[in-house]
Ligand binder design. Structure first.
Ligand code: ATP
Ligand code: MG
Ligand code: FE
Length: 347
């Protein structure tokens, strides 16, 4: 069956088409530029941009796949977590399509989408696998079995900021353009990661091995910038050192989690998995530990509709129950199952 996936939880409108685990085509439109002068995503602007981009993005994905509307056998949509207004637009559009085409609708958890993105590049996930999800809003270690059937086990999460949020906030302090993650990555190429030694939070002997904390790192980077007060800031060095600290903590904990749980595959997903240093250090440490590393291509790490279609495809093939047409969004959905059923009908 051909599954159309729709993503609209934040500032990317994405549509993707997947059949039996194979990506047929996808398209993404971002309202990133419209948020730049505010230094962060403005929910109302994001929601309006989804209204404008929904139909064009679906059509672009279809034409890339060489398919027509009538070829769609099921629709999957992100129902949470994310910005309410943004989610509403994608869910309303997906419901309209499912109703008009008379095909089943599936509600998908955005983070399960990030996890499933990797299957489009590297095939089915082994059971079990360790997943490090690092994005703009989340930093978690997950033990994943069968994504379509089994509950997901949370080993640890960030206690404060997410890794992507840390990059975004420090980039602002460094005077780098929005969004900060890619800007830090670019700036770091010209820098020396050993020029500054930023802390490695929660890596001490008494610390929770699977918890993360990035707000202290953000403060340390801001203090370092202040110390250069007035004079020119060696931004490239600061960016390289920050990126090194984040990549070090993330990969160290992820590899340790694999070894502790005797899991031989690590999957790194989410927007920050696009970071060049995170990818390189994960590769190096996994090789040394005898762990198989899987990271999707950068374009499937950041938000997209293909990853939502990938979950929909898994759900269809697992015989999962479709969502009712009155399914609601769930802006703060906890990640327990990939398929999202509404917790309340209030919205
Ligand atoms: P969530 O998935 O937690 O709801 P989100 O959907 O906003 O949050 P993603 O789209 O998965 O997040 O990722 C966006 C984040 O990834 C941003 O914080 C961005 O700065 C970061 N990011 C993207 N590319 C890179 C990169 N090359 N290096 C570092 N960070 C990056
Ligand atoms: Mg985004
Ligand atoms: Fe995301």
């Amino acid at each position: 069956p051909v599954v159309l996936g729709i993503e609209s939880s934040c500032d990317e409108t994405g549509a993707g088409l997947v059949r039996d685990g194979v990506l047929l085509g996808h398209a993404v439109a971002s309202s990133m530029d419209e948020h730049a002068r505010f230094g962060g995503v403005v929910p109302e602007i994001a929601a309006r941009a989804h209204v404008h981009s929904f139909a064009p993005v679906v059509h672009r994905a279809l034409s890339e796949a060489g398919l027509r509307m009538a070829d769609i056998d099921a629709v999957a949509v992100t129902t949470g977590p994310g910005l309410s207004g943004a989610l509403q637009v994608g869910v309303a559009g997906a419901k309209g399509l499912a109703y008009a085409l008379d095909v089943p609708l599936y509600g998908v958890h955005h983070l399960a989408g990030h996890v499933a993105a990797d299957t489009l590049d590297h095939g089915p996930l082994p059971d079990p696998c360790m997943v490090l999800i690092v994005s703009g809003g989340h930093t978690s270690l997950l033990l994943v079995r069968d994504l379509a059937r089994d509950p997901i086990v949370h080993l640890g999460d960030t206690l404060d900021d997410a890794a992507g949020e840390c990059f975004d906030k420090v980039a602002r302090v460094f005077g780098l353009p929005y969004p900060g993650g890619p800007a830090i990555d670019r700036a770091a190429r010209e820098g020396d990661p050993r020029a500054v030694r930023f802390p490695r939070p929660l890596t001490g002997p008494g610390d929770d091995p699977y918890a993360f904390s990035f707000s202290g790192l953000k403060t340390a980077a801001a203090r370092w910038a202040e110390r250069h007060g007035g004079g020119p800031l060696p931004v490239a060095d600061g960016a390289a050192a920050l990126q090194e600290a984040v990549a070090d903590v993330l990969t160290r904990k992820a590899v340790a989690a694999c070894l502790d749980h005797h899991v031989s595959t690590l999957v790194v997903v989410g927007g920050v998995a696009a970071n060049s240093r995170v990818r390189a250090l994960a590769e190096e440490r996994c090789r040394a530990a005898g762990i198989t590393l899987r990271v999707p291509r950068p374009g499937l790490c950041t938000d997209n509709g293909a990853m939502i279609a990938a979950v929909g495809d898994l759900l269809v093939r697992a015989g999962a129950e479709p969502a009712p047409l009155e399914v609601s969004i769930d802006p703060s959905a906890p990640l327990e199952y990939a398929a999202l059923q509404p917790r309340s009908r209030a919205l």
